[in-house]
Design a protein around this ligand. Structure first.
Ligand SMILES: Nc1nc2c(ncn2[C@@H]2O[C@H](COP(=O)(O)OP(=O)(O)OP(=O)(O)O)[C@@H](O)[C@H]2O)c(=O)[nH]1
Length: 502
């Protein structure tokens, strides 16, 4: 079968067989001699992709034309293949004209400019939210924690809730510090963890398109009757009435329920259900952590960082039961379940994204530390923001002016400052000492203090939830850089690294 015959078949019917014949033809027009460029003028695989995808597109380059001469003989720069003759390397004059890639797509910088996006913003693309789920226009009005409130009542009918929607006009509670930012909890559910049950809250917002999360630890909400020692930690936007037609089942499905959901217990929550509780000074403020996503540390157990361990340790510490001392010697101390939250922000790699973080790791393997690697890639050492975290905390009534102050689990001074600037009322910083450093301390002191050391269930080296102390050379170097170059408030001496070179 001749090459021209093949081409006719392809143009006519594009049968797979014809395409295969064409690609494997001995006449396939691939020049073998004298290339100045390293890539072939005509790549058979590319050609196959062009034909198999119908129009001249690839998934990501939909306004590029590849080899217009092949796909459309009438296109600009097209070469008439019917006149093609096998190349004679001896006769350079006979060579066909060199093909070129043709793109009708403007340069990326110009396209981004059209959409008012600077190249810097692109990685953490800040876009207007799209679609009805992104709307946060049904946030309830702000209700101070200590203001008199309606007690929570379980609905009984399957009719739409009768709470007048007008009374929940869109009033943003966040006008003081971030006038434009609003968050809305789209759904909440119970998740059992090795440290006890938590409520996972998924948030949308009008700043970015990421699904930020809040892991709320407040198992007292399962108790019936509710003990009323401390206010329950609930999302105001989730418990709000979203529209006039929503049913109890709508509310339950998104997690706006009270107590423990089961086949026999289905009590939808109502807005303004918060009970101020007895805010005794004896009850410590809720413990919170603002944590940034780390796929490597949290999902595949990377031991380059302590992120998985920190997430686990935060949930563990927040879940620890709280002992309230008795006011008098005649009464025994009371124990209540631990309470607090981890705000989980989708700002991977300190905000530079996973792609850049992976590249940064390669630079770190060349000997650079985590800060320098970021800078070498044109990023800042830390590109994170905490406005969304603050908005989520406010939605949960944590750290607000009128609600409870919070204790924050962190070593990061920037995080502390950012939360303060966002108006979060932080009453205490609780340090997070890496478990491996605790273990070393424990070994040298010949007694145990760290969770990993006391609990045989912890697996040494596992970084993920329920894991143990993560340790290793890479991690030591990373932790040391955080202390020495990022000012993390950790006693370096505890690591035994203070006289090591990084
Ligand atoms: N660019 C970069 N990011 C990293 C590296 N190692 C971990 N990370 C990211 O660092 C972030 C860790 O953030 P956090 O868990 O909030 O902790 P932190 O800022 O170190 O502060 P703490 O509250 O004291 O733990 C996550 O987003 C990780 O993906 C690294 O080597 N390079």
């Amino acid at each position: 079968m001749s090459f021209h015959h093949n081409l006719d078949d392809i143009n006519g019917g594009l049968s797979d067989l014809a395409l295969l014949d064409f690609l494997t033809s001995p006449d396939l027009p691939v020049a073998k001699h004298g290339f100045k460029r390293r890539d072939a003028d005509l790549d058979p695989l590319m050609l196959a992709a062009v034909y198999s995808s119908g129009p001249q597109v690839t998934r990501n380059h939909y306004t590029h034309d590849f080899f217009p001469a092949v796909g459309d003989p009438r296109a600009e720069g097209a070469y008439d293949w019917t006149k093609w003759q096998a190349e004679d390397p001896k006769n350079v004059q006979q060579r066909r004209p060199r093909l070129k890639y043709v793109s009708r797509q403007e340069p990326r910088s110009q396209r981004l400019k059209k959409h008012n996006v600077s190249l810097e913003d692109k990685e953490n693309s800040i876009r207007e939210p799209e679609g009805p789920l992104r709307r946060t226009d049904n946030l309830p009005p702000h209700t101070p924690r200590n203001a008199p409130s309606d007690a929570c009542e379980a609905g009984t009918s399957s009719e739409p809730l009768s709470v007048p929607v007008a009374s929940f006009a869109p009033v943003s509670p966040f006008t003081s510090t971030s006038p434009d930012l609003e968050v809305k909890c789209m759904a909440r559910t119970r998740v059992p963890t090795p440290h006890g049950p938590v409520f996972l809250h998924l948030y949308h917002n009008n700043r970015d398109t990421k699904e930020h999360l809040a892991v709320v630890v407040d198992p007292a909400q399962f108790l019936d009757p509710y003990p009323n020692h401390a206010p329950s930690i609930r999302s105001r936007s989730l418990d709000a009435v979203w529209n006039e037609t929503e049913t109890e089942m709508d509310r339950i499905t998104r997690g706006a329920y009270v107590g423990r959901l089961s086949a026999t217990s289905q009590k939808p929550s109502l807005p303004l259900q918060y009970s101020p509780g007895t805010l005794s000074d004896a009850i410590p403020s809720p413990l919170i952590r603002v944590h940034s996503e780390c796929f490597t540390g949290e999902t595949i157990g990377s031991m380059r960082c302590d992120c998985g361990e920190q997430l686990d340790e935060a949930i563990r510490q927040i879940s620890l039961p709280i002992t309230i001392p008795s006011p008098s010697a005649t009464h025994a101390p009371t124990t209540i379940p631990g309470r607090g939250a981890v705000i989980y922000l989708r700002q991977e790699g300190r905000g530079i994204g996973l792609l850049s973080k992976i590249r940064a790791y390669n630079l770190q393997d060349l000997g650079h530390d985590t800060v320098t690697a970021n800078l070498m890639l044109g990023h800042k050492a830390d590109e994170r923001g905490y406005a969304i975290a603050a908005a989520i905390l406010r939605d949960l009534e944590l750290g607000t002016e009128t609600g409870e102050g919070v204790r924050v689990l962190t070593n990061n001074p920037d995080k502390m400052q950012a939360l303060a600037e966002e108006g979060i009322r932080v009453v205490e910083r609780v340090p997070m000492v890496p478990r491996s450093w605790q273990c070393r301390q424990d070994d040298s002191d010949n007694h145990t203090a760290g969770a990993a050391a006391v609990d045989p269930m912890f697996t040494k080296g596992a970084t993920m939830i329920g894991g143990g102390a993560v340790y290793g050379e890479d991690l030591d170097k990373y932790l040391r850089t955080k202390v020495l170059r990022m000012g993390h408030m950790l006693p370096l001496i505890a690591s035994g690294l203070d006289d090591e070179d990084s």
